[in-house]
Ligand binder design. Structure first.
Ligand code: HXC
Length: 256
């Protein structure tokens, strides 16, 4: 069975659907490898300008596969090379939108947090329940959640495994937008189409500077921003965008 389905629902937009509905899209090692391979391929694919990752109506993903983990020893965890799977998602230069319906728990919440934009259905639930399994997040949860929603709300979730609904997650800054459950995919694709219509080099630099800058001292980050902003003045798309504005016409971007 294909564990991650890939579609091209609009020009320059790729949709990846996690496909283990019988186990709430639990992230088995095989699924993670498929996802990694797609993300590596799309990172290099010049035709792809935005990626939407989604699950199904019940679950975005209910975390790592507990059946696959119950007897796993540390050495085996290290040998899995799971870090390279997550790195492929984390380091993807294309904008990633998580379209979340239902549960985004554990590794599922961590996957959503790797995305640049999170669109959640009203019924979405976010959580890091690892503590209840005697473990802890291992793919960024203890770091990304506090950065997204602040230490004290994050600690409450991490230490008790409690879930946050979509409205709470929006108020806390974890999600970009909440929409009715049946509108999640359409809204996510709309955002992806919108991003895909922007000048790709500007999009790529914005993503790069936001992510790299967040981990750098402010002065260094501002310098990175200035350098990237100046660099974009050398692009064809900048000339086209500004000329089109002045000529009161729609721009046509080539990515050059
Ligand atoms: C394996 C899972 C699963 C998971 C659900 N299933 N989540 N199987 N791994 N993470 C399976 C169930 O066993 C069940 O199988 C079927 O999916 C449907 O689940 P139900 O529990 O019956 O559904 P529901 O009542 O709707 O509850 C959904 C749920 C619950 C709230 C998502 O399933 C749940 O709490 N799942 C575990 C979530 C979790 O703890 N995630 C963190 C994993 S650890 P059967 O065969 O009975 O139909 C992690 C980090 C690892 O992600 C870090 C490593 C370093």
């Amino acid at each position: 069975m294909t564990l991650v389905l890939m579609e091209r629902p609009a020009p320059h937009v790729t949709l990846l659907r996690l496909n283990r509905p019988e186990v709430r899209n639990a992230l088995s090692p095989a699924l993670r490898v498929e996802l990694r391979d797609h993300m590596l391929g799309l990172s290099e694919d010049r035709d792809c300008r935005a990626i939407v990752i989604t699950g199904n109506e019940k679950a975005f993903a209910a975390g790592a596969d507990i059946k696959a983990m119950v007897a796993t020893e540390p050495a085996e965890m290290m040998a899995h090379g799971d870090e390279t799977n997550w790195a492929a998602i984390r380091n993807c230069p294309k904008p990633v939108i998580a379209a979340v319906n239902g549960y985004a728990l554990g590794g599922g919440c961590e996957l959503a947090m790797c995305a640049d934009v999170i669109i959640a259905g009203k019924g979405a639930r976010f959580g890091q329940p690892e503590v209840r399994l005697g473990i802890m997040p291992g793919a960024g949860g203890t770091q990304r959640l506090p950065r997204a929603i602040g230490k004290h709300r994050a600690m409450l979730m991490l230490l008790t495994g409690s879930m946050m609904d979509a409205e709470e997650a929006f108020a806390a800054g974890l999600v970009s937008k909440v929409v009715p459950d049946d509108a999640v995919l359409a809204e996510s694709l709309k955002v992806a189409v919108d991003i895909a219509s922007m000048p790709p080099l500007a999009v790529a630099e914005i993503k790069r500077v936001v992510l790299a800058g967040a981990d750098a001292p402010l002065d260094t980050a501002i310098m990175m921003e200035r350098r990237a902003a100046y660099l974009l003045f050398g692009t064809e798309d900048k000339r086209e965008a500004m000329t089109a504005f002045l000529e009161k016409r729609k721009p046509t971007f080539t990515g050059a």
